[in-house]
Design a protein around this ligand. Structure first.
Ligand SMILES: [Zn+2]
Length: 273
């Protein structure tokens, strides 16, 4: 019962079946240089989206995407530059030892510790996002997983972890990241107790960024509901899985982000400087 639909060659039920429709297409290229440029643009856009969603907290917050040619290196936003000022020209390329190998700016130490550990432990993970957000940080203090209170929350059903290791201790030493990276096996997100939210993607920075924004929103919604004192009605497990299969995939996260991207490019011409 409630088995996901067979979609044939389509990745999602949202892809049009009618030929010739204008619809976002995933970027495909055999050129590492073209892929790199594409990934960097999307990384900048993800940072600008985090600004638009008020996900800044001082210098805390880091987004990463692997380099297509040198997967042991990843592109990230520079430390102490607000998300609103991240642009192509100030991105940095960092190795797993935390050294900047391209770009002028410095790397966020805690960002390097966490992201390098996850990227090193999971060769399949392409992108990762972390920030100290208002609702995510508050929700993380509960030490509980997100409840399936809505279709939107179902995208994280059995697809996120609650990490209790190192809870509340700032991750600035290299060993700290290693203790949390096991939790990312087979899931797209994690709630780090007493710390905040993390998302990863095996597909794109687009998907990692959108699911991060979605997770923050879900945390906000669950906190609002719980603040009423009335117990929410939960989506039954089989329906929650069905919804997650249809609207919680990497592709769907990527597709959601395309609407954000188009708006950002139009409103923030400086982001591609
Ligand atoms: Zn943090």
């Amino acid at each position: 019962m409630n088995k996901p639909m067979d979609l044939g060659i389509r990745k999602s039920v949202y892809q049009p079946t009618q030929e010739g429709r204008i619809f976002p297409q995933e970027f495909v290229s055999g050129s590492p240089a073209a892929l790199r440029e594409h990934r960097k643009r999307k990384l900048v856009a993800a940072c600008r989206a985090f600004d638009a969603w008020d996900l800044d907290y001082g210098f805390a917050g880091h987004l990463t995407i692997r380099d297509p040619e040198h997967p042991e290196l990843y592109w990230t936003n520079p430390v102490a530059i607000p998300f609103s000022q991240v642009k192509l020209s100030n991105l940095i390329l960092v190795n797993h030892q935390g050294e900047v190998v391209e770009g002028d700016y410095a790397v966020n130490q805690a960002g390097f510790v966490l992201h390098a550990a996850v990227h090193a432990a999971h060769p399949d993970i392409l992108a990762m996002c972390h920030a100290h957000t208002e609702y995510g940080v508050a929700f993380a203090s509960l030490g509980k997983p997100l409840a399936p209170i809505s279709q939107d929350a179902c995208v994280f059903f059995e697809d996120h972890a609650v990490i209790r290791e190192e809870a509340g201790q700032v991750a600035v030493e290299q060993g700290a990241g290693k203790n949390i990276c096991d939790s990312f096996t087979g899931v797209k997100a994690a709630i780090h107790q007493n710390h905040g939210l993390l998302t990863v993607s095996r597909h794109s920075i687009d998907a990692a960024a959108f699911w991060f924004m979605a997770l923050e929103r879900c945390c906000k919604q669950e906190l609002m509901v719980r603040a009423t004192g009335v117990e929410p009605v939960l989506v039954p497990e089989d329906r929650a899985r069905y919804s997650r299969e249809h609207v919680g995939s990497e592709y769907i996260g990527w597709l959601h982000f395309q609407t954000v991207y188009e708006e950002l490019v139009e409103d923030n011409p400086d982001m591609l400087d």
